[in-house]
Design a binder for this molecule. Structure first.
Ligand SMILES: O=C(O)CCC(=O)C(=O)O
Length: 358
C-alpha cells in the first residue's frame, strides 16, 4: 500500500467513538438501537448484502443476526480445516511465497491452529508503532475502551500501523490459510497485558460459513512471564464452535444478553477442563508475530509485575465472500469502507496479483 497521509479525525467523531467504547450500560444491549446504528453505517454492511440472498437469509442486513439464522444451512469450511494432503498444501500457488520456517508450520496448521513468525517486524518499525501509540494517547485522539487495556483501531491515525496490517507477507499467508482474499477488520493495541480469560475469537468475530477469521498478534517488545504474556491451547480449534446456544444465553427479541461474555468465558473454561487441554505460553521477542485460527482458545496471563508494560497489537482479519458478524452481541460486522476500498484498489488489483490463480 502507498504511504498514506492520514487525516486527523474531527472532535465529534472522537467523542462519539470514545463514548461508544466506554459505555457498558443498559442501552448497549437494545436490539432496536443496534438496528438504528446499523442504518447509519449502511456502507460498512455492503459486504453482507449480496451474501444474504446467496445463503437465503431472509432478513434485513440491519437486523440482529446469529447462529439461529444459519441452522441447517450447508457450509463449506476453510480448506485447511478439512482433510487435505500435504501435497495439496505444497501445491497451493501461494505456498512458494512462504519463508522456510513458516512452510513447516503451515503443514501442521490443521493440527495446531497457530503459527509463529519470528522477527517479522524489525526494531525500527516496532519503535515507530510504539512512538505513534504514545503520541496518539498524549494527543487524546485514541483512548482505552471500557476494559482499560484495549486501544481500538489506532490504524485510522497511524500510517505505520496501517501499512503493517496490509503487509504483503501477511496478506499472502492469510489468503493461503483461508484460500480467500482477506480484509483487516480491526486493530487492538495494548500497553499492558490484557489478562483476558481464555476464549475463542469465533464468538466475537463470527462468520458463516464458520472459521473464516484469522488473527495476528504482534510483540511490540520482548515479553516475559512477568508481563502477562499471551497463552493458548494448541489443537483447541478442533473443538466444535461455541455459539450462544451452548451456554446460558438470556437474550430475547428486544435485548441481547449483557452478561454473555462472562458466561461464554465460563463455558470455555469448562471445555478446557473437560477436554483436558494443555496450555502453552508465548514468551515473545520484539517483532515476533503469533497467528491463530478463528477457533483457537487463547487469553492473556496474569500480570505478575504490575509495574511492567506488555506492548503488543492484535489484528483481526475476515475473509471476503462470507457473512461477517458478532455472535456474542448478534450484530452484523461493520467494515471500515475507506480501508476496504484502499485494499481492494491498491492491494488486490494494483501492487500484487496474488490471487490471480482463482
Ligand atoms: O493480547 C492478549 O493478551 C489477548 C488478546 C486477545 O485475546 C484477542 O485480541 O483476541
Amino acid at each position: 500500500m502507498q504511504n498514506k497521509v492520514l487525516k486527523s479525525p474531527n472532535k465529534f467523531y472522537l467523542y462519539r467513538v470514545r463514548f461508544l467504547q466506554k459505555y457498558t450500560g443498559f442501552f448497549r444491549n437494545i436490539r432496536f438501537l443496534h438496528f438504528i446504528y446499523n442504518l447509519f453505517h449502511h456502507k460498512g454492511l455492503q459486504h453482507n448484502i449480496h451474501l444474504y440472498p446467496y445463503y437465503e437469509i431472509k432478513k434485513s442486513v440491519y437486523s440482529s443476526i446469529s447462529h439461529r439464522d444459519f441452522k441447517h444451512k450447508k457450509a463449506k469450511p476453510p480448506w485447511l480445516d478439512t482433510i487435505v494432503s500435504e501435497k495439496d498444501i505444497l501445491n497451493h500457488p501461494l505456498f512458494c511465497h512462504l519463508p522456510k520456517p513458516i512452510e513447516e508450520q503451515m503443514i501442521h496448521w490443521n493440527k495446531n491452529g497457530f503459527l509463529v513468525w519470528n522477527n517479522f517486524l524489525d526494531d525500527q518499525t516496532v519503535d515507530a508503532i510504539n512512538k505513534d501509540i504514545d503520541s496518539l494517547l498524549k494527543a487524546n485522539t485514541v483512548d482505552y475502551n471500557y476494559t482499560g487495556r484495549k486501544i481500538f483501531n489506532a490504524y485510522k491515525q497511524s500510517a505505520v500501523i496501517r501499512n503493517i496490517i496490509t503487509d504483503k507477507r501477511l496478506m499472502e499467508l492469510f489468503c493461503l490459510i483461508l484460500d480467500k482474499k482477506v480484509l483487516p477488520f480491526q486493530t487492538i493495541n495494548f500497553l499492558k497485558g490484557s489478562e483476558q480469560s481464555a476464549h475463542s475469537d469465533s464468538i466475537h468475530m463470527s462468520t458463516f460459513p464458520q472459521g473464516f477469521m484469522i488473527a495476528a498478534w504482534f510483540a511490540l517488545e520482548d515479553v516475559s512471564i512477568e508481563q502477562g504474556p499471551l497463552s493458548y491451547y494448541p489443537g483447541s480449534q478442533l473443538l466444535p464452535y461455541i455459539t450462544n446456544e451452548d451456554y446460558d444465553y438470556e437474550g430475547n427479541s428486544f435485548m441481547v444478553d449483557g452478561n454473555a461474555n462472562k458466561k461464554f468465558e465460563e463455558k470455555i473454561q469448562s471445555e478446557i477442563n473437560e477436554n483436558d487441554l494443555h496450555k502453552e505460553i508465548f514468551t515473545a521477542k520484539k517483532g515476533d508475530v503469533f497467528i491463530w485460527h478463528a477457533n483457537l482458545i487463547h487469553g492473556g496471563e496474569p500480570l505478575l509485575n504490575q509495574a511492567l508494560t506488555r506492548k503488543s497489537m492484535v489484528v483481526h482479519y475476515f475473509a471476503e465472500g462470507v457473512i461477517c458478524y458478532h455472535e456474542i452481541s448478534e450484530r452484523p460486522a461493520i467494515f471500515d469502507t475507506e480501508l476496504v476500498g484502499e485494499i481492494r484498489d491498491e492491494f488486490y488489483k494494483g501492487e500484487t496479483n496474488l490471487l490471480d490463480f482463482r
